[in-house]
Unconditional design. Structure first.
Length: 272
């Protein structure tokens, strides 16, 4: 599997006439940057004629008027180039599910195949997992927390560029928590529900580590500490069921810690 630095990502954003494609809202602007080895290598940007009026509420957010869209291409003219642009890439967005919902609606209306199997990473989900203390996760709030000074303009390319900077910061923060592999990042922050090891498997591995006096490596998603990969020297297990706790020396924190077994996503015994 490709690693982070050899993977092509596309950071993506759309502006729309409203919030609900199921009620007829359409894309009016689409923008993306292609990223390789944490550098932008290509760009895509276009206004789009939605063939309907832009709602006043949408205009107040993004400043795109009906007059600005006169002469813009139709979605059916833009989409073939965009689909080619994202081919083979992982799509990144801030609440990427929203953008993909609108993209798939436009593809459906154009009679093109939807991107149902598209690999995605959500920077909202990443922010929640890595910065759990933040509480609110709008693009503006996350950017301000990271010291990114750009003012959010709610235009597609401006938001893409801000999301790109947020994504790079999140990758650096994840790396400090030893979440370095693409597989771990996709598992935690991709579109699918996180699949945990079965409780019996985890307890069996922990008991094995205790019996063999071996360390374990945990992919852990704590409520207060967020997502991280920890190497732990187990000392004992307290409680049972959802209340079961692993007590052990955490090499990342350099101290004895308590880990809720239910919040361990994956673990393996490190053979000496």
């Amino acid at each position: 599997m490709k690693g982070i630095h050899s993977t092509d990502f596309v950071v993506f954003d759309v502006e729309t006439t409203g919030l609900s494609p199921q009620f007829g809202d359409r894309v009016i602007e689409m923008a993306a940057v292609k990223v390789r080895d944490q550098k932008i290598i290509d760009r895509f940007e276009s206004l789009i004629d939605p063939q309907r009026e832009v709602s006043f509420e949408a205009y107040l957010v993004n400043g795109i008027s009906d007059e600005m869209l006169v002469g813009a291409p139709l979605a059916s003219e833009v989409l073939p180039d965009f689909v080619k642009f994202i081919e083979g890439c992982i799509v990144v967005g801030h609440n990427v599910k929203f953008d993909m919902k609108f993209l798939n609606n436009e593809l459906r209306l154009a009679g093109m195949p939807e991107c149902d199997g598209q690999r995605t990473i959500d920077t909202v989900k990443m922010s929640r997992g890595i910065i759990p203390e933040l509480g609110k996760y709008s693009l503006a709030i996350v950017s301000e927390f990271m010291g990114i000074r750009n003012v959010q303009k709610h235009r597609a390319m401006a938001d893409v560029e801000m999301t790109f900077k947020v994504f790079l910061n999140l990758l650096q923060m994840a790396s400090k928590r030893r979440i370095c592999s693409l597989a771990a990042i996709e598992s935690l922050f991709g579109p699918n529900k996180i699949v945990k090891q079965h409780k019996r498997v985890k307890m069996k591995e922990l008991q094995r580590a205790l019996d063999e006096n071996a360390n374990v490596e945990l992919l852990y998603l704590g409520s207060n500490s967020g997502a991280s990969i920890r190497e732990v020297t187990p000392s004992k297990i307290l409680g049972t069921g959802k209340a079961a706790l692993l007590v052990g020396y955490c090499h990342l924190r350099d101290e004895e810690r308590y880990f809720n077994v239910d919040k361990i996503i994956q673990l393996e015994t490190l053979i000496k």
